[in-house]
Design a protein around this ligand. Structure first.
Ligand code: FPP
Length: 259
């Protein structure tokens, strides 16, 4: 991180789609899994870079609900890589005071991976540093479906009336419950899509797309994304003059509409 950057206000929560591992490997005549392995280095760099810059939460999209449709060999290589990466990285993250959490449908994962995930969460649960949320077997639509089921069950059991359901009621049933909404979304690999990531939570997030392939994404690229973020004026549906007045009065603008 450069000295110039220390004066820039960091996003509280960064969410990342790590795309381009396969193309990175193909360019080098290597198997796709080599790209995923190389991607672990970028995961490390981005975790370190975000922690150094004062980010409170970092969500990484490691495996989507749709990724199950990939060739079985690639799916199983990825699952093995997750187990290995957890074994190798969690102690360092713990020493650095980071918290690890997983979001997604963990019932779909092997017992071994579920165990490694639970151990990582337990070991780091009381740390006070940045929380790293790893999305595995996650889909934004799946998240909304599981939240809807929870709410329906509460209604059926008589603990909640349908007319009591507010935005917060839904947020509290989603996987990112208790985490501030993402301020900055980064997608590497050139595509400009959300691809069923955090559909509800990205409502006001600043979106940053880069052609850089994930294994080539390091601290300089992270700095460029943060520089982009620092230049954005986040209006939360207000007009610029209202925002200026809110800043002068040092009050937070209220979210009034979704544009
Ligand atoms: C997308 O690239 C990447 C993935 C589906 C896997 C991401 C996994 C890692 C970076 C491994 C480590 C992660 C953690 C959190 C331990 P792609 O395969 O779609 O690339 P392509 O678009 O070039 O084919």
């Amino acid at each position: 991180m450069s000295d110039k950057e220390t004066s820039v206000k960091a996003p509280r929560h960064v969410a990342v789609i790590m795309d381009g591992n396969g193309r990175w490997a193909k360019k080098r005549f290597m198997p796709r899994v080599a790209g995923h392995r190389a991607g672990v280095k970028s995961v490390r760099a981005v975790i370190e870079g975000c922690a150094q810059r004062g980010v409170e939460a970092l969500t990484l999209f490691a495996f989507s609900s749709e990724n199950w449709k990939r060739p079985a060999e690639e799916v199983s290589s990825l699952m093995n890589l997750f187990v290995q990466a957890l074994e190798r990285e969690v102690d360092t993250m713990h020493r650095n005071g980071l918290r690890v959490r997983f979001i997604g449908d963990r019932n779909l994962l092997s017992q071994q991976l579920q165990q490694s995930m639970a151990q990582a969460e337990q070991l780091t649960a009381n740390n006070a540093g940045m929380v790293v949320l790893i999305a595995v077997a996650y889909g934004g639509r799946w998240d909304l479906v599981q939240a809807t089921k929870k709410l329906a069950q509460l209604c059926v059991a008589g603990h909640l009336k349908p007319e009591q359901i507010q935005e917060d009621t839904i947020s509290d049933c989603l996987e990112l419950k208790g985490v501030p909404e993402p301020d900055l979304f980064i997608r590497t690999g050139g595509e400009q899509r959300i691809s069923n990531f955090l559909l509800w939570n990205l409502a006001y997030t600043e979106l940053y797309f880069t052609d850089v392939l994930w294994p080539d994404f390091g601290d300089d690229e992270l700095a460029a994304a943060f520089a982009y973020f620092s230049q954005r004026q986040r209006r939360f549906g207000l007009i610029a003059e209202q925002l200026a007045a809110a800043v002068e009065g040092d009050t937070k603008p209220t979210v009034s509409e979704s544009r």
